[in-house]
Write a protein that binds this ligand. Structure first.
Ligand SMILES: Nc1ncnc2c1ncn2[C@@H]1O[C@H](COP(=O)(O)OP(=O)(O)O)[C@@H](O)[C@H]1O
Ligand SMILES: [Mg+2]
Length: 346
């Protein structure tokens, strides 16, 4: 559910001509996959397929969980891949690398930015080095790597470093899968087990109380910041049900935070986008605390495109509808591919 009012305060994009006579590229719509966000991806893809199909595009939907995936992609004879995948395999640089080797332009960020943003621990290292404010954390790698901030799994040791409440999360999952807010020390071991079910690496962060916001950034060479969205989840935090159930949360555009906080959040989102090296789109989740301090939580390189998703709300606020949004993604996919070709030829 979104509460918003139109605004002309934001720069907008020169959007592709909807009725244009130019032949439309054939789109391979990559979706599904094997991540914990498979169902979300299928919902995003259903929306993209409907919007682009209605606009006259030939859309060939391919579930990346299929055997002989690359044969299917090449048999589609598509001009561009629209990646509607979330999480492992789709948002972490894997499919992006494969598509580059296949020479097929694709939507969104490249290999490195995708991989960095997907890893919440390494993304925080980038944020900190870029001067962004992110909650204090410890990192536990089951692989036993010796990295800064590495903690043992001893709950007392973790609590003495981070305090309570804390947030336990898998480093490389999304949609709040495997995340627990721990207020009672006795809950910590179970929270760690739940997070480790999603992967070998876990992050434990200080809990930031405040207003939850998210800020999308759109664009290729000259990315622009979209309006700040305030999220009011029905549950204790923005968990899976709050994200995807109809009425699970309210989205308010623009967010009801101070002008200073909006300015800080907007520049943080742009800096996160640029420091990670994102392309086309990103959406950075943040929390504004009682002192008006903006904390960067994470950056999503393939934000949800479902009926309850946040990005379409912010784009709609500045007059970009879903068709225009997805056509811009495709336009920037071709620009990124041109850029890669130019670099290869240099
Ligand atoms: N440090 C934190 N303090 C308070 N709430 C948090 C914190 N980290 C995460 N959350 C809550 O958990 C949700 C999901 O966390 P996030 O890191 O964005 O992971 P995901 O990739 O699953 O969206 C956030 O939207 C927020 O509601
Ligand atoms: Mg998030």
């Amino acid at each position: 559910m979104v509460d918003s009012r139109p605004s002309d305060a934001f720069d907008t994009f020169s959007v592709p001509d909807k009725g244009g006579a130019k032949p439309k590229p054939v789109v391979a719509l990559l979706c599904g996959g094997n991540s914990s966000e498979r169902e979300v991806s299928l919902a995003s893809a259903a929306n993209v397929e409907q919007v682009l199909g209605r606009a006259g595009y030939q859309v060939i939907k391919i579930d990346t969980a299929t055997p002989r995936l690359f044969k299917q992609i090449s048999h589609a004879h598509a001009d561009v891949a629209f990646i509607a995948l979330h999480g492992e395999g789709g948002e972490d640089g894997c499919i992006q690398g494969a598509l580059e080797l296949m020479g097929l332009p694709y939507t969104g960020s490249g290999v490195l930015a995708s991989a960095l943003a997907m890893d919440k621990y390494r993304a925080k290292i980038i944020y900190t080095s870029a001067g962004l404010n992110t909650p204090q954390s410890v990192y536990i790698s089951a692989a036993g790597k010796d990295v800064p901030n590495r903690a043992g799994t001893d709950p007392e040791q973790i609590i003495s470093k981070i305090g309570l409440p804390c947030v336990v999360k898998p480093t490389a999952a999304g949609s709040s899968v495997g995340i627990t807010i721990v207020r009672d020390p006795e809950r910590l071991p179970q929270a760690l087990d739940d997070a480790f079910l999603q992967g070998s690496d876990v992050l434990i962060e200080s809990y930031i109380a405040g207003t939850e916001i998210t800020v999308p950034v759109l664009g290729g060479k000259n990315p622009k910041v979209l309006p700040t969205i305030e999220i009011i989840p029905k549950n204790e935090f923005y968990d899976y049900a709050s994200k995807y159930d109809e009425g699970g949360s309210r989205h308010i555009v623009p967010a009801r935070i101070s002008r200073d906080a909006v300015a800080a959040a907007s520049s943080a989102a742009l800096l996160a986008h640029e420091a990670l090296g994102c392309w086309g789109v990103s959406r950075t989740d943040m929390i504004v605390d009682a002192d008006d301090c903006v904390w960067v939580i994470e950056t999503n390189t393939i934000p949800g495109m479902t009926a309850t998703s946040l990005l379409p709300d912010a784009a709609g606020f500045i007059g970009i509808d879903n068709q225009q949004l997805y056509e811009l993604f495709i336009q920037w996919a071709f620009e990124a591919a041109e850029k890669r070709t130019a670099t290869e030829g240099a």
